[in-house]
Write a protein that binds this ligand. Structure first.
Ligand code: BF8
Ligand code: SF4
Length: 647
């Protein structure tokens, strides 16, 4: 792949371009420079055919040596590596979910003074789903039972994931047929590691089937638990206005950037920043106030729940520090670049790690203990206040965009149908009548191998132009936010006539931001509900829908892709970023064969315009198969039928 050297090639985001120029002038390195230094990258790794899981190796598959020392062929090695990618991604999301579940249970028991149950309606719903008695019981007792069951989902000895029952019946039957209904999350990950060690599972299809099961334990387990419990604990997001990009940093206020994934920390920092005493302190050092901004998925969590501004996505983390305006950057887990420590040393920014399982050598660590959360958060904010006076030159790009964020399965339901008849009916009807052609999730990261924000936003524009409703999560959400695609005023102008009409009628933008990466579980729930609503087949695989991530980076992204595929969706990734090319058989199966078995498949395409074409063709073929593209058949859904369906 090419290496981008100048700022305009590296990013389409003007704020990033400015900061990249400034860093280059100052001779400071960032993620793009480190990528350039790594070139050329290992061709074996790219194709997934290097194996280093035992010390008879490392082995690399080539014409000269088509088998590893143990005899493993390219199919086994590629499938094994793929499974390990998935397992690691599942671990990340799910360990995040476990962290939330633990705080949830302690909060339910009344052991934490700083956290309490916020969304009681959602708690009761989940309790019923988990079979917890709710009648005449105190909220905390119900929550305690829910919390215990939730924690059980990670390591229970028997049974399968409770929330996998949210999937359409046809989907569950398919999982059963292939024996991939996910059991305890930890168990699937452990089995994945076991099966992929030397001399165990050496059948590529069998390995991929376990990758399905492991990934499903994330989508319908770990991630879904994280989302559900966070909503109950911190409030279910509801669409609201916010601002996105480095321009949200303030020259005359103490800037605290929270970066990472778990709202356990960031929620408390938001609360601490409202403390009157700290505000006074900030003023006493000459600052007008305390400004909290988010980075990466934590940003999505905070904007969608509290309207806290977003400073940037993954590739912007070092650039934010380079503004010289960040007084503290507090990080928790995942997607925190070690390179930050290097950049922070060039500026006054205090980088602080907060989670004991995620420290960086040489970086100050303040352990975030749930029992003392607010005080710890206050301590961190105070460090920002004290550091304000140490600022050197400050340069904040004058770039920010208004964004409407915080859509959820619940809020879409409500907006579409209203409080008393909340339902997906209007969405289904508009898909059936063709005003909306289909629904696509654009998710995931921003990878320095592609121009920052380019593919997500180009794909989103191409799709909404053709009347496809777009749902986003993760860093893709922030990319769309920065480029105005989540600003209804701008985005509606770019939408096709059918989609625009529907969006204007119900008051939603054509690009719906649905939160962080664990919130991809919201998309699974939404898909299941659309199926349940009726008229679009009886399984997710029949929906005119797809998922896309052309800038993926992490193992988490591959886990997400795989659980969408195993849930019946077509998923498009960039060819560079799915290391399976070294095995014809594995590629054939993941890109084709798996569709016959599970209804979903992977598609590889790096170009967002071509990807849009592929997605459109897929959507139309699904519509044809449903029979909703023929005018005459539309009569099937007259008012009487619809009413019958609603009841
Ligand atoms: O979990 S989108 S770069 S921040 S991995 Fe990381 Fe990718 Fe961003 Fe969120 Ni998700
Ligand atoms: Fe080589 Fe086999 Fe060991 Fe892998 S498991 S490193 S292919 S000997």
């Amino acid at each position: 792949s090419e290496v981008f050297m100048n700022p305009q090639e590296r990013s389409i985001d003007k704020a990033s371009q400015e900061m990249l120029s400034r860093m280059a002038e100052a001779g400071q390195e960032n993620v793009w420079d480190r990528l350039a230094a790594q070139m050329p990258q290992c061709g074996f790794g790219k194709q997934g055919i290097c194996c280093r899981i035992c010390t008879m190796g490392p082995c690399r598959i080539s014409k000269k040596a088509p088998l590893g020392v143990c005899g493993a062929n390219a199919d086994t090695i590629v499938a094994r590596n793929f499974l390990r990618f998935v397992a690691a991604g599942v671990s990340a999301h799910s360990d995040h979910g476990r962290g939330v579940a633990e705080v949830f249970l302690e909060a339910a028991k009344g052991e934490l003074k700083d956290y309490r149950i916020k969304d009681k309606v959602k708690l009761l719903k989940l309790a019923q789903e988990f079979g917890v008695e709710t009648k005449d019981r105190p909220v905390n007792d119900i929550a305690t039972d829910v919390g215990k069951i939730a924690i059980g989902e990670f390591g229970k000895c028997e049974g399968t994931q409770l929330m996998a029952r949210r999937a359409p019946a046809a989907r569950q039957a398919l999982w059963k047929k292939f024996d991939i209904t996910p059991r305890a999350i930890d168990r699937e990950v452990v089995e994945a590691l076991h099966r992929s060690t030397m001399g165990v599972d050496q059948d590529y299809k069998n390995l991929i089937m376990h990758a399905c099961r492991t990934a499903l334990a994330d989508g319908w387990g770990g991630s879904m638990l994280a989302t559900e419990l966070q909503d109950i604990l911190f409030g279910t997001p509801y669409p609201g206005k916010g601002e996105v990009n480095l321009g949200v940093l303030k020259k005359d206020e103490v800037n605290i950037v929270v970066h990472g994934h778990e709202p356990i920390l960031s929620e408390m920092i938001v609360a601490a920043a409202q403390d009157g005493e700290l505000l006074k302190q900030a003023q006493s050092v000459g600052a007008k106030g305390i400004n909290i901004a988010g980075m990466c998925c934590t940003a999505n969590e905070l904007l969608s729940r509290h309207g806290i501004p977003i400073a940037g996505n993954f590739l912007s983390q070092e650039l934010a520090v380079a503004t010289g305006a960040v007084d503290v950057m507090a990080v928790d887990v995942q997607c925190v670049m070690e390179g930050l420590a290097q950049v922070a040393r060039c500026y006054h920014t205090k980088l602080i790690t907060t989670v004991d399982k995620a420290r960086i050598t040489g970086v100050e660590h303040i352990s975030m203990d749930a029992k003392n959360a607010l005080n710890t958060a206050k301590k961190i904010v105070k460090m920002g206040i004290e550091n304000y006076k140490n600022r050197g030159e400050v340069y904040i790009p004058n770039e920010k965009q208004t964004a409407v964020m915080g859509f959820t399965h619940e809020s879409i339901n409500y907006i579409l149908g209203g409080r008393y008849r909340a339902s997906y009916r209007p969405l289904n009807d508009n898909i059936i009548n063709g005003r909306i052609r289909g629904v696509v999730g654009i998710v995931g990261c921003s990878n320095p191998k592609v121009q920052q924000d380019f593919t997500h936003t180009t794909l989103a524009k191409e799709l909404i132009k053709r009347d496809v409703l777009v749902l986003t999560t993760g860093c893709a959400t922030i990319a769309c936010g920065k480029q105005g695609l989540t600003n209804p005023k701008i985005a509606l102008e770019l939408a096709g006539p059918g989609l625009r009409e529907v969006c204007e009628a119900v008051g939603i933008p054509p690009v719906l931001t649905c939160g962080s990466c664990v919130d991809n579980s919201r998309l699974l729930v939404a898909c299941s509900e659309i199926v349940r609503e009726g008229g679009l087949g009886d399984d997710i695989s029949q929906l005119p829908a797809a998922g896309a991530c052309l800038e993926s980076i992490t193992e988490k992204a591959i886990a997400i892709g795989q659980y969408f595929v195993a849930s019946g969706m077509m998923v498009i990734f960039s060819n560079e970023m799915l290391p399976i090319h070294g095995s014809q058989n594995v590629s054939d199966y993941l890109l084709n064969g798996i569709e016959k078995d599970l209804g979903g498949k992977w598609v590889l395409e790096a170009d967002p315009v071509k990807a849009a074409e592929i997605i459109l063709a897929h959507i139309e073929s699904k519509r044809d198969a449903l029979g909703i593209n023929k005018k005459t058949e539309r009569k099937l859904y007259d008012m009487a039928d619809r009413r019958a369906l609603i009841i």
